[in-house]
Design a protein. Structure first.
Ligand SMILES: [Zn+2]
Length: 62
């Protein structure tokens, strides 16, 4: 069994927050909208990454 590092815990924590934010967007009804410019996110992009929160123009905030 490999050791669990702080980096592993941080990665899990970050993923958990991304999931929670995606669920909040689903409940709020803006899951498919960029969080910056409100433009629709492509279905293909959401299939590739269901936690995607931004359009391709604003990837740094995803
Ligand atoms: Zn955008």
């Amino acid at each position: 069994m490999s050791e669990i590092t702080n980096e592993t815990v941080t990665a899990i924590d970050t993923t958990l927050r991304d999931v929670e934010r995606a669920l909040e967007r689903l409940r709020a009804g803006n899951y498919r909208s960029c969080q910056v410019c409100q433009s629709p996110i492509a279905d293909d992009d959401l299939i590739a990454n269901p936690l995607l929160a931004n359009c391709p123009a604003h990837p740094e905030l995803a």
